[in-house]
Design a binder for this molecule. Structure first.
Ligand code: NAP
Length: 348
């Protein structure tokens, strides 16, 4: 018999919240005891999400102000930016572990965070204690973490293929490092927003956040940590695609003489359960990772000297959010890292 941990999800009606519910339903060590929502407080979860009928029939959404999270071993915050920074510290001081899917604890420099997010940080003392939850970079630190700052979707998609190159100081300084990225519409969350209406974003394609997207300082932080100043050369342009799930990054890099990016990335991820380095010449598709906690990467040389093209795909809601959060939970609690995450992508 398995020992299970008791889990609360704050913001369980959003896209990452319902994805956590889907993934944790098949996790042998997870028992969800509390789910919160302000707008649907009092509603039975399986009435609200018929996709989960028969699985969580006992759960009723509670208003976050009334929900008792003190019996939880772990609380996920699947809430907009600016919520966890107020609510998490009380739980943390009670010894409860927290995984925050928002950006509240991701940026180590609070002044930088405040420049990009329109709040004064409510609990900066927890920023230094938070571990950035990119398991492929910080696995050891995550085992000891009480608070994990789950990475953003674009930062996951862009950083994963670059980690091995940065660790080897492989990138040429002073050359632009270009990340041309595309996201499905679920990346913007479930809240109503005109720009995300079917008639606005289906059969359409556009760039956004060109002058500066919030994920830029987050990606820069990871790059600079591993290869000083490399983040400063990052050019990051996100695009909105008419997909529901999916994220694609095309990254153009310039490497130092003698560096073989394909070999370095393939070696680094040889035994990594959630990163798949594909054969040379392949073009990973977003549908090849849909619904699964996977990043698939392809690396190929460009005709120009020392220029390489990296293609990276994830499901923004899984490896880009809820799946990565469950992966972090597994590492924090000493479970098999793959527990609950043996998912096969859904096709077509
Ligand atoms: N969508 C993605 O692909 C993705 C990827 C990576 C990271 N993230 C991050 O993950 C977080 C959640 O994203 P999402 O896409 O799931 O958002 P969402 O679909 O808009 O859901 C937000 C959830 O939080 C609740 N909520 C909103 N304001 C709240 C407040 N002030 N206090 C307590 N609960 C509140 C909402 O329910 P009520 O309004 O009923 O309370 C809802 O359940 C965000 O910080 C987002 O940036 C999202």
């Amino acid at each position: 018999m398995h020992m299970s941990i008791k889990i609360g999800i704050v913001g369980a009606t959003g896209y990452t919240g319902v994805e956590l519910l889907r993934l944790l339903a098949q996790h042998p060590e997870a028992e969800i005891i509390t789910v919160t929502s302000r707008s649907t407080a009092g509603t039975t979860l399986s009435d609200y999400f018929p996709s989960l009928r028969g699985i969580y029939d006992h759960l009723i959404f509670q208003h976050p102000d009334q929900a008792d999270l003190s019996k939880c071993d772990l609380v996920f915050f699947a809430t907009p930016n600016g919520v966890a920074m107020h609510e998490a510290p009380l739980l943390l001081t009670q010894g409860i572990k927290v995984i925050d899917l928002s950006a509240d604890y991701r940026i180590k420099d609070v002044a930088v965070w405040q420049k990009w997010y329109p709040f004064t940080h409510a609990s900066p003392e927890w920023i230094t204690k938070a571990v950035y939850g990119l398991a492929e970079l910080n696995r050891t630190a995550i085992t000891q973490a009480q608070l994990v700052a789950n990475p953003g979707c674009y930062p996951t998609c862009v950083s994963l293929p670059l980690l091995p190159l940065l660790q080897q100081q492989c990138l040429i300084h002073d050359m632009p490092l270009i990340a041309d990225c595309k996201s499905g519409v679920s990346g913007a969350g479930r809240k109503a927003n005109t720009g995300n209406l079917f008639a606005e974003c289906s059969d359409n394609f556009k760039a956004y956040g060109i002058s500066g997207h919030r994920h830029l300082p987050e990606i820069r932080q990871t790059l600079n940590l591993l290869q000083p100043s490399s983040g400063n050369s990052l050019v990051f342009v996100p695009h909105l695609t008419p997909l529901i799930r999916g994220m694609h990054a095309t990254i153009y890099i310039q490497v130092k003489e003698g560096c073989n990016p394909y070999q370095l990335i393939a070696d680094y991820y040889q035994s990594s359960p959630f990163v798949d380095v594909m054969p040379a010449g392949s073009a990973p598709e977003t549908r090849s990772v849909r619904g699964a906690n996977l990043c698939r990467i392809s690396i190929q040389p460009a005709p120009q000297n020392n220029t390489w093209i990296i293609l990276s795909v994830i499901d923004n809601l899984v490896k880009g959010a809820a799946g990565q959060a469950v992966q972090n939970m597994n590492i924090m609690f000493g479970f098999d890292e793959k527990s609950g995450l043996n998912l096969i992508p859904l096709l077509p």
